[in-house]
Design a protein. Sequence first.
Length: 175
Amino acid sequence: MRFSQPILLLIFLTACSGKENLDNRNHYFDIKGYFTKEAERLQQDGPVIEKTVSQNNGAEVKDVKLTNWSAELELFAESDINKPAWKDSYDIVRNGPETRYVAKDTSLRTKSIAIVRSPKGDIRKIVILNKTKNALYSSEDELVYIPDSIYQIKKHQSVSIIGRNSYAVSARFKN
């Protein structure tokens, strides 16, 4: 009988700690974690990319070997929707290999994230749409990432005093 009380206490504590861990899990796809791992992998692999940077009507193209992949993929990682306050703020729509997270609340910056997977479950493509709008400023970002192939960042801004500005970054991995 004396052994049963400590065992029950141990079971109770284990059950409680298991529930605590469950509450700390991500409710949606872990964008931040994915792009952190991608940046680490690419930093180690050191691929050469053909990078095109354009602003309004001008463009520049060059081959580069990046030294800071975390900074390069930062806009993607910043689109994380796994904040505790946003737990029920996105609809999850599954259609074949694509899972789409769509904002229910129009005030959320990240409007949608679409993730396309291969039949084996590997990520084939991620598309993120971010929008911000207030009385002085509006911004729209479209981010596309295809692992080991391309990534694109298209940004359109409008500032009431300054006017409109558009820029894009497109990078193609050279094999």
